[in-house]
Design a protein around this ligand. Structure first.
Ligand SMILES: Cc1cc2nc3c(=O)[nH]c(=O)nc-3n(C[C@H](O)[C@H](O)[C@H](O)COP(=O)(O)OP(=O)(O)OC[C@H]3O[C@@H](n4cnc5c(N)ncnc54)[C@H](O)[C@@H]3O)c2cc1C
Length: 464
């Protein structure tokens, strides 16, 4: 008799319903991660996510070793690998991505047919996406009423579960691959800097939560839109990989002060809303949520614009700073994500899927629900989205949210010598920029798009 814990985005011991149940059942526990190329549909983890996953699995393995247990690693078809272990039961958490849902349904059928008990548990979010429905029994399409209901229900959630103190080991451990055999680390040098910046794993996630609650929770509401300062939690990757649970975050933030925690918790509810939308509208990673946007005349992919956007060389400093932050750190501040995305899909009229797939490959927090919601929100085609006429002006946004140019100078060293009055829109004063040591067209590009013209074209494309 043994219980397999099939780990996916559940890489923590505390507040993990899978470990909790496994311990209560009392049989030997086999924590297992399987890399299965067929498990992801079109959304296999991108390069940056694989880097995080590698280190998160390593950290989880170390935590298990402290309990006298091990992380088993396998590669290949999931059902085949599970049958090879001949467990009496398999515990796994419910996933919300369309390909993962159908994969897990097929897997459960296969296991049951082989006489193996399968238990699927809630383990990823405050609420199951199917649980919150409006007064008519329909899914929510607008965030505010969804978040109001969710906020009211938060006090009824049970407290986080404790981590197990001990996991019963099998008499003989089954074979396992080394983590390196999964080849998750990129061959390219682009992720080298990640190791200096990020520390994947449960312990580091809890430490980050502590630090955020001590230093930044109280000022979160005022400062969360300022990309130059460390004002946000940076818990998105730990949340995606399940190194920390939303209930743990809720408990810690509310212990600080329920009133101070509220704006931060509200932001966490966007993640719940994204899961809710993805669950009820599973076509949205590929298709515009609003039917009147299906068939929208996106311009054909513009290779030059896309290359410049990806490299952070569009000529719009705030956008370029964000795109370089993304490439170098695997993250980008939320406000800058919105502005960079808006330049591509609204001014550039490029299909949002092109931007979404670049983010998918480059974000360490790439998450199908959140990324789809973010891109459809900016494009204007999502459920609760910025209207088509809301087109971020990257210069005004820069003046407002990075007034001193601190964020821009951090990521665009070639503009460091520019004074604040030139740094947001250098092309407006090329001679002054040259006098300050920046030759436009040589040291930094002129903008690739005319903001006024492209704004008018974006409005016209909606036929307004
Ligand atoms: C175009 C675009 C693409 C995005 N792609 C992703 C993605 O792939 N993965 C991802 O996790 N987030 C994505 N986001 C949402 C958001 O930018 C990040 O969650 C946030 O920047 C993470 O930083 P943080 O953990 O410091 O956030 P905090 O401000 O500290 O917020 C705490 C947590 O709340 C959740 N959250 C906050 N804002 C949002 C939001 N707007 N939507 C959904 N959840 C939110 C996240 O889980 C976050 O970790 C995207 C946003 C945009 C505009």
């Amino acid at each position: 008799m043994s219980t397999v814990i099939l780990l996916r985005e559940d890489l923590r011991l505390a507040d993990n319903s899978l470990y909790d149940l496994a311990v209560r059942r009392g049989d030997p526990v086999l924590p297992l991660f399987i890399w299965d190329d067929a498990a992801w549909g079109d959304w296999a983890p991108g390069g940056a996510s694989r880097w995080w996953l590698h280190h998160s699995l390593a950290a989880h393995g170390r935590s298990l070793a402290k309990l006298g247990s091990r992380l088993l690693i396998r590669r290949g078809p999931t059902l085949e690998q599970l049958l090879d272990l001949r467990p009496s039961r398999v515990l796994m958490s419910r996933r919300f991505e369309p390909a993962a849902r159908s994969f897990d349904d097929r897997l459960a059928k296969g296991l049951k047919a082989a006489g193996i008990e399968v238990i699927v548990l809630a383990n990823r979010s405050f609420f199951e996406p199917s649980d919150l429905l409006n007064g008519q029994g329909q899914p929510y399409k607008v965030f505010t009423p969804f978040s109001r209901l969710a906020m009211n229900l938060l006090p009824s959630l049970p407290p986080p579960l404790s981590a197990p103190h001990f996991l019963k080991a099998p008499v003989v451990w089954p074979e396992s691959l080394n983590l390196e055999a999964l080849e998750l680390l990129p061959k390219r040098d682009w992720a080298d800097g990640f190791a200096r910046l990020h520390q994947p794993g449960e312990e580091a996630a809890m430490a980050r939560l502590e630090r955020f609650c001590d230093d930044s929770l109280a000022s979160y509401q005022e400062r969360r839109d300022l990309p130059s300062i460390d004002a946000v939690s940076q818990l998105s990757a730990p949340l995606h990989f399940g190194e920390i649970s939303p209930r743990q975050i809720l408990a810690r933030a509310q212990a600080e002060s329920p009133a101070l925690a509220a704006p931060f918790i509200r932001q966490l509810l966007w993640r719940e809303f994204a899961f809710h939308l993805l669950w009820h509208f599973p076509a949205t990673p590929h298709q515009e949520w609003r039917p009147d946007w299906v068939g929208f005349p996106w311009r054909p992919a513009d290779a030059g614009l896309l290359r410049a956007w990806r490299q952070g060389r569009t000529g719009f400093p705030l956008v370029d700073a964000g795109m370089r932050e993304l490439r170098q750190t695997g993250l980008m501040h939320n406000r800058v994500r919105m502005i960079a995305a808006s330049l591509l899909v609204k001014n550039g009229l490029q299909n949002w899927r092109l931007g979404a797939s670049w983010f998918w490959d480059n974000l360490v927090d790439a998450d199908l629900a959140n990324n789809t919601l973010g891109w459809q929100w900016v494009a204007g085609c999502g459920a609760d989205a910025a209207p088509y006429f809301r087109i971020f002006n990257p210069v005004l946004q820069s003046q407002r949210f990075d007034a001193e140019g601190v964020y821009i100078r951090r990521w665009l060293p070639e503009l460091r010598s520019l004074p604040n009055k030139l740094i947001h829109a250098p092309w407006q004063q090329p001679l002054l920029c040259a006098a300050a040591g920046v030759q436009l067209g040589r040291d930094y590009p002129y903008p690739l798009l005319d903001l006024a013209e492209t704004r008018a074209a974006a409005l016209a494309a909606r036929g307004e």
